[in-house]
Design a protein around this ligand. Structure first.
Ligand code: GUE
Ligand code: MG
Length: 283
């Protein structure tokens, strides 16, 4: 028996088809969704993501701007740039690619983005809205994970979901969304002594830690849904997840590949957030 593969790329394509319909309606009302992506410095991995985001904007007919500034850009200069786009009417989403160079305080940058345009869902107010359950722009990777589960018939309700990783961009928000979807949620991290044992209790296992091939078949309950959020660039240039895919394939019931799993969904949810923000800006 081999796991069913969750083709995030295909699911992402069909969501984009749905979005295109909505974009056309909005455009008839005179509004074109607009996204600006700001890239500080020359990080090679970031270049790929930024290119994929621009491609998605083109596919959906958004207005998109990619602003590349040098690694030496000061925090003050970056804040001024954000201030400009906060005011700019044709821009509905602002994404500053992380990580930033060390001399820039990430928190100051995230705080400066207007909540209405926070399409990453990283602003403290967005995070608070997520916690409370209010309508918010949700972080893209976590909401992509939920979409993958729902659209493959793996609704989290009543399931035991185990999240490995507690980052602000993946672990914590994905745990909160799973809770909102009525899963019973356990969060494991680097100081959890018996991770494999806990992971093996999961009906849904979500892994986002940045350790290539950490999760082996002994960590997985037969038939479990395994969602791999890891995007690790190996020395040979290949992408690899946090799950040892080949090892886990025969045990899991469902599994996301890397690439082609969660990654494309992240970008599609960014497009969905930008559209949502553009719709809200009409009023
Ligand atoms: N402010 C901010 N927001 C982000 O959302 C953000 C960020 N900073 N910094 C970097 C991470 C990483 N990230 C990815 C997006 C798409 C793919 C993606 O499309 N992956 C494809 C393949 C890409 C490839 O081949 O390199 C896949 O998995 O199939 C991966 C990773 C967004 N991030
Ligand atoms: Mg992926």
């Amino acid at each position: 028996m081999s796991a069913q593969i969750i083709y995030g790329k295909q699911i992402s394509d069909s969501i984009r088809e749905e979005l295109i319909q909505e974009v056309e309606q909005l455009k008839q009302q005179g509004v074109t969704p607009g996204l600006v992506v700001i890239l500080v410095g020359e990080d090679a991995a970031s270049q790929v993501y930024v290119r994929n985001k621009a491609k998605a904007c083109e596919q959906l007919g958004y207005h998109s701007e990619v602003i590349r500034v040098p690694a030496e850009t000061t925090q003050q200069e970056l804040l001024a740039l954000i201030g400009k786009y906060n005011e700019q009417q044709n821009i509905h989403g602002i994404l500053v690619q992380l990580p930033l160079p060390k001399h820039i305080e990430e928190k100051a940058i995230i705080d400066a983005i207007s909540v209405e345009k926070d399409v990453d869902g990283f602003h403290p107010v967005s995070v608070g809205n997520l916690m409370i359950g209010d309508d918010a722009l949700l972080p893209c990777t976590p909401s992509g994970v939920i979409e993958l589960l729902k659209r493959t018939g793996n609704s989290p309700a009543g399931k035991h979901a185990v999240v490995i990783g507690r980052s602000n961009i993946v672990g914590k928000p994905v745990a909160m969304l799973l809770l909102r979807e009525n899963a019973t949620v356990t969060i494991c991290h680097s100081r959890t002594p018996n991770i494999a044992e806990i992971a093996r209790q999961a009906d849904i296992l979500v892994v986002g830690v940045g350790v290539p091939k950490l999760v082996k078949k002994e960590w997985v309950k037969p038939g479990a849904v395994v969602i791999d959020v890891g995007v690790n660039r190996l020395p040979d240039g290949k992408l690899c997840g946090d799950v040892d895919y080949d090892d886990v394939l025969d045990v899991a019931g469902w599994i996301t590949p890397v690439p082609g799993g969660v990654g494309p969904m992240t970008i599609t949810m960014l497009m969905a957030n930008t559209l949502k923000s553009a719709k809200q800006a009409r009023r």
